[in-house]
Unconditional design. Structure first.
Length: 137
């Protein structure tokens, strides 16, 4: 099996995780990539096209880096269901547009490389803890 991603030649870093592609939908498996000027979100739940041994994934969502004010790398606390995860919270120019991408702590190395590339593109990054206990949601 071989994996093929749209515009992969432009990708600087990629991290697997969970993303909510449409409002009121469940979070699903996704891959988040950064290029020189965009974020690409790939739906990793199922390939868009299968041609023999090649599984092809298209870019399901694009976000311009110019629209991002800051990225918060958030450690999740007080939530047993998310104890093996962290998240990237993208603070957008338009405050109503919120992007949250969850990643597994086992992929922290990929997330760190991803954040380093974002910083290299001029995006401010910050680490913080976020309390996601059930009574706070």
């Amino acid at each position: 099996m071989k994996i093929s991603l749209d515009e992969y030649d432009k990708v600087r870093a990629i991290v697997p995780g969970l993303f909510q592609f449409n409002e009121n939908e469940m979070f699903s498996q996704a891959a988040l990539a950064v290029t020189d000027d965009c974020l690409y979100f790939y739906d990793d739940n199922a390939p868009t096209q299968i041609m023999g041994e090649v599984y092809h994934y298209i870019i399901k969502k694009r976000v311009s880096l110019d629209d991002i004010v800051m990225v918060l790398n958030e450690k999740i606390t007080n939530n047993r269901q998310l104890k093996n995860m962290a998240r990237l919270n993208f603070v957008m120019e338009d405050e109503e547009d919120e992007l949250i991408f969850y990643y597994y702590l086992s992929d922290k190395g990929d997330a760190d490389r991803f954040i380093k590339e974002l910083a290299g593109c001029g995006i401010k990054t910050k680490k913080r803890s976020v309390d996601l206990s059930a009574d706070k949601l």
